[in-house]
Design a protein around this ligand. Structure first.
Ligand code: HEM
Length: 405
């Protein structure tokens, strides 16, 4: 029998990550493979069962800070030039206590209560997008709804002036593009993003407004403030972590509803079940299908596998979320599922900071879409549905629908 080998950049994984990860979950749940990246080869492990993923996410022998396992020389080979090294210096790339300090400086802006204050504004943005869509009988959900909604919400939250948003969108699109072939364009966008943010920071220092940039500029935790570079890193992280993930929840979630008409009808009749519905859409679609950038800081043995210092750890969220030892009928979309302890927002100290915001956007967006277009239908054959080429974030290229009968 041919030995099972994981190819994260392979065609099969791109087309159906759930079945690929599921096969490893069944046959080789702690899988050793070689990751080919930046012209080098790195030893790595793919973890696919729910319990094992949780064990690795809790394990403090795993670091998220590459500086703990690579020399300056090796890090240089990863090709991050000094003027934009803020991209690898944010709290998601740090362990405690650095992580704790950074997270506590931003945490206040993302509590469920603070986020609830955005409800009115998110509802208004949603209705405006639906008004535009209503002018036609057809739409691409990605272009008209799933992409602009999180972008406008995050721009408003941060305090990006309306007149700068078109340019801001160009930068954010380039920044979240992780393909190696577009590396120079991404780096150029990062430099412009940094200069722009520097100007906003300067303005908000002098004249604070009711926006996140002002709050971060003035945030103080036990006398400690964010440095200029930490501010760039934090805002960069919010864009990278908060945009495409939410876009994917709205896009893939809509596709899942359109492909499961009984569940769609249930939610249409009972909008009050939106909270469990969104958790199930998060589980079923797993917008972050796999997590990486974790390394073992020491040699250790796990369930008979010998993990070495410096080995990379990949966490298969998409397979943990469909582990039959943890979820009943995991391949079934059940919008009433409860409890639903999916790990779509990760687990442990790096648990998604923006979860309350993503949930609120999901609650508002799905209910409003179904209410406005009760007869919405998929206008593409299943084989024509294209997924974006991203190993970690699972999202649609486009989602054509007809809006009324
Ligand atoms: C459906 C939407 C979202 C999903 C599925 C998602 C998923 C995740 C996951 C899996 C992690 C953990 C990463 C890891 O441990 O390696 C994470 C962390 C994070 N997310 Fe989200 N996210 C979403 C939306 C957002 C939004 C809207 C924001 C903010 C605007 C945000 C900000 C962050 C930040 C800052 C972190 C790092 C937290 C830390 O290091 O302590 N996310 N997210």
């Amino acid at each position: 029998m041919e030995k099972l080998m994981f190819h994260p950049h392979g065609k099969e994984f791109h087309q159906n990550p759930f079945s690929v990860l599921g096969r490893f979950r069944e046959e080789d749940p702690i899988h050793r493979f070689e990751l080919k990246r930046f012209g080098g080869t790195y030893p790595a492990w793919l973890i696919t069962r729910y319990d094992d993923c949780m064990a690795f996410l809790k394990d403090n022998r795993i670091t998220r800070d590459v500086k703990n396992v690579m020399s300056q020389e090796q890090i240089k080979m990863l090709n991050v030039s000094e003027d934009i090294d803020f991209v690898s210096d944010h709290m998601l790339a740090k362990d405690t206590p650095d992580h704790t300090r950074l997270r506590s400086l931003v945490h206040q802006a993302f509590t469920p209560r603070t986020i609830e204050n955005l409800r009115g504004s998110i509802e208004q943005i949603t209705e405006q997008l639906l008004d535009e869509m209503e002018k036609e009988n057809k739409a691409d959900i990605m272009k008209s709804f799933a992409s602009p909604l999180p972008f406008i919400v995050i721009s408003e939250l941060m305090g990006i002036p309306k007149e700068d948003r078109a340019q801001f969108q160009i930068w954010t699109n380039a920044i979240v593009d992780t393909s190696e072939s577009n590396r120079e364009l991404t780096n150029q966008a990062l430099r412009e993003f940094k200069d722009y943010i520097a100007k906003l920071i300067h303005d908000r220092r002098i004249q604070p407004r009711d926006d996140l940039i002002s709050k971060l500029v003035h945030a103080d935790e036990n006398g400690s403030k964010l440095s200029e570079k930490e501010l760039y890193s934090m805002l960069f992280l919010l864009v990278v972590a908060g945009l495409e993930t939410t876009v994917n929840l709205l896009g893939s979630g809509t596709l899942a509803l359109l492909q499961h008409k009984e569940e769609f009808e249930k939610l249409k009749q009972h909008p009050e079940m939106i909270a469990t519905a969104v958790e199930e859409l998060l589980r079923y679609t797993s917008p972050v299908v796999m997590m990486a950038n974790r390394w073992a800081i020491e040699d250790f043995t796990y369930k008979g596998h010998s993990i070495k210092r410096g080995d990379m750890i990949f966490i298969g969220i998409g397979s943990a979320n469909r582990d039959p030892n943890f979820f009943e009928n995991p391949e079934t979309l059940n919008l009433n599922r409860s409890p639903n302890r999916h790990i779509s927002f990760g687990f442990g100290i790096h648990f998604c900071l923006g979860a309350p915001l993503a949930r609120l956007e999901g609650h508002i967006a799905f209910n409003a879409l179904l209410k406005r277009f009760p007869d919405i239908e998929l206008a593409a054959a299943p084989n024509d549905i294209q997924w974006r080429k991203n190993v970690f974030l699972r999202g649609l290229e486009c989602l054509p629908v007809s809006l009324s009968k």
